[in-house]
Design a protein around this ligand. Sequence first.
Ligand SMILES: Cc1cc2nc3c(=O)[nH]c(=O)nc-3n(C[C@H](O)[C@H](O)[C@H](O)COP(=O)(O)OP(=O)(O)OC[C@H]3O[C@@H](n4cnc5c(N)ncnc54)[C@H](O)[C@@H]3O)c2cc1C
Length: 179
Amino acid sequence: MAESFDIIIIGSGPGGYVTAIRAAQLGFKTAIVERAYLGGICLNWGCIPTKALLRSAEIFHYMQHAKDYGLAAEKVSYDAAAVVKRSRGVSKRLNDGVGFLMKKNKVSVIWGEAAIDAPGKVTVKPAKSEAAKNSDAPKGALGPGTYEAKHIIIGSGPGNWCGPISKPWSRSACRSRCW
Ligand SMILES: Cc1cc2nc3c(=O)[nH]c(=O)nc-3n(C[C@H](O)[C@H](O)[C@H](O)COP(=O)(O)OP(=O)(O)OC[C@H]3O[C@@H](n4cnc5c(N)ncnc54)[C@H](O)[C@@H]3O)c2cc1C
């Protein structure tokens, strides 16, 4: 028999994981489905890693202008690989943090690609994307299968299902409207 939840949320980006935490805190038996990386675009590819890269660029800029601040910095240079490594590290820390928050709030993580086959029925298949192959499901995650829920929430916005579900906007339309 399919495992049953009060609420299943599809997508663990900022929209999805925060919803999941709140639902669980309110006493609902909650699950979240993710096909790639916990934390979604924002934590793994968007807001967070780009700001980490920008921070390196900012510090580089300050070092080049150290004299303006009464400081001295000689032979200022950069190591692009190390800058990217730092950015990936920051993302990984937050990605792990979402896994921790799911566990702490007793939200079940289901790993794979979700589809809504019928009202209240979510089918999860192994994810096809390259990202998913490279990422690790958090310990204890449930696998592909059929799950039931009283409520299904699509917790995936601008990056994926932006706009009305019946007629999602294109990615570029989402970018101009949502950012
Ligand atoms: C380069 C870049 C920089 C950005 N910078 C900022 C910024 O500085 N500030 C800001 O506010 N916003 C920024 N954004 C926008 C921000 O990333 C998005 O607004 C935010 O990620 C949307 O969150 P979300 O939860 O709606 O969806 P997403 O973060 O897109 O998460 C959706 C999740 O759902 C999963 N998923 C989708 N479909 C399925 C399925 N069928 N089955 C299972 N899982 C599924 C995806 O794998 C993904 O993990 C940036 C975006 C990019 C690309």
